[in-house]
Design a protein around this ligand. Structure first.
Ligand SMILES: Cc1ncc(COP(=O)(O)O)c(C=O)c1O
Length: 381
């Protein structure tokens, strides 16, 4: 809605190009032969477009999709995606009927959540036993069931007529390979698995590994990986194996909208926070913080024009930013790369994240809806 003009035409050159070939490459790189692969496509596929990424990931061998919201799962079904979809929290109250109608797989971890799901399932008696995934909190304390309650809960889930198809947990800091906590979480999870099996319940999908664990820690793989950020080609942290083989799927591009000479001593943009030492060409680029290019990037980040890096000069405004280009022959229409490659230079989402004190996840999720996504590499290979 945002991104299109009246006739479906785009007038602004700003676009996020999503390389679905890169998504397929990353899935193939990360998926071990004998282990399933859940493509985590929540938050509109980390800003890349959930439907398109889901299709590409499934083509490359993903076996599951993971979403945060029931709405996201319903959206995938509306796009005729048939793969199993796990909602990574319990269905919110009131959403159960729609979630079941859309054949979304529930996560469960509280008694009240179990009761609500059982009530919703009872009104669909003809549909047969429903598979659910029980989530255990092994130390992150976001959502999940305390390990000591797992056995009793799994029994209650089975008594309510559900099939415990999956048992899973989530790591708090697996990207930090030096921290032993992932090993401790894995140990706690294995204990829960053993306890549950001792009760005679054998979930066929045990899963724990996010991107970092999928890249570095085979002992955490179990039956299924749940991979988000690395599938988009972004390493979740430094020093992880295979990081150099990942291909970033998003490039963010625009073009110079205006190039003009500005005199020595003049200040640029709101607050005049950057002053020219000498006369220079100043390029105006139609990207701003309303597009998700953070205001704090002003005077810090760099963009690529004609294969060279240029610092963003002065404050990033809502819709436009400025670049000081010295005496270089920069002209209206020149491509500007905000994230991605140009010539031999590259700006990564990780580089921008570092400037903002955040992580690449937030940078790509933050590219706003106003920026049209253009998909390339969409055909199956
Ligand atoms: C429960 C769960 N599993 C898996 C993932 C994927 O994590 P990553 O993007 O680090 O691979 C996420 C993302 O935050 C998550 O919340």
């Amino acid at each position: 809605m945002f991104a299109r003009g009246a006739a479906g035409v785009r007038y602004r050159p700003t676009v996020a190009v999503i390389d679905l070939g890169a998504v397929r490459h990353n899935v193939r790189l990360l998926k071990p032969d004998e282990v399933g692969f859940m493509a985590v496509v929540k938050a509109d596929g980390y800003g890349h477009g959930d439907v398109e990424v889901a299709r590409a990931a499934l083509q490359a061998g993903a076996t599951w999709l993971g979403v945060a919201l029931v709405e996201e799962g319903v959206g995938l079904r509306e796009a005729d995606i048939e793969a199993p979809i796990l909602v990574l929290t319990q269905f919110p109250p009131g959403s159960e009927a729609d979630a079941l109608e859309a054949r979304l797989t529930p996560t469960l971890y509280t008694d009240v959540g179990l009761r609500r799901l059982a009530a919703a399932a009872a009104s669909r008696p003809d549909r047969g036993p429903l598979g659910v995934h029980v989530k255990v909190d092994t130390g992150m304390h976001r959502v999940g069931l305390p390990p000591e309650r797992a056995t009793g809960f799994v029994r209650d889930v089975a008594d309510a007529g559900f099939v415990v198809e999956g048992l899973w947990t989530h790591f708090a800091k697996s990207e930090d390979l030096a921290d032993p906590f992932t090993e401790e979480q894995t140990r706690r999870f294995r204990q829960v698995v053993a306890d549950v099996r001792a009760e005679g319940v054998r979930p066929r999908a045990l899963h724990a590994a996010n991107s970092a664990a999928a890249m570095a820690l085979p002992a955490t793989w179990f039956d299924l990986l749940r991979v988000g950020v690395a599938m988009y080609g972004l390493p979740p942290g430094p020093g992880l194996p295979k990081a150099s083989e990942l291909r970033p799927a998003m490039s963010w591009k625009s073009a110079v909208a205006l190039a003009k000479r500005v005199g020595a001593g003049e200040g640029l943009s709101y607050g005049l926070t950057h002053r020219l030492d000498r006369e220079a060409t100043v390029a105006t680029v139609p990207v701003g913080y309303a597009d998700g290019y953070g205001r704090l990037m002003g005077n810090r980040s760099e963009v690529l024009i004609r294969g060279r890096r240029y610092r963003v000069a002065g404050t990033v405004t809502m819709d436009q930013l400025l670049v000081e280009c010295g005496d270089d022959p920069i002209a209206e229409g020149d491509e500007v790369v905000l994230i991605g490659r140009q010539g031999s230079e590259e700006v990564t989402a990780g580089e921008l994240a570092g400037l903002l004190g955040t992580i690449a996840y937030e940078v790509v999720c933050g590219v706003s809806e106003r920026v049209p996504r253009e998909f390339v590499g969409g055909k199956a290979e």
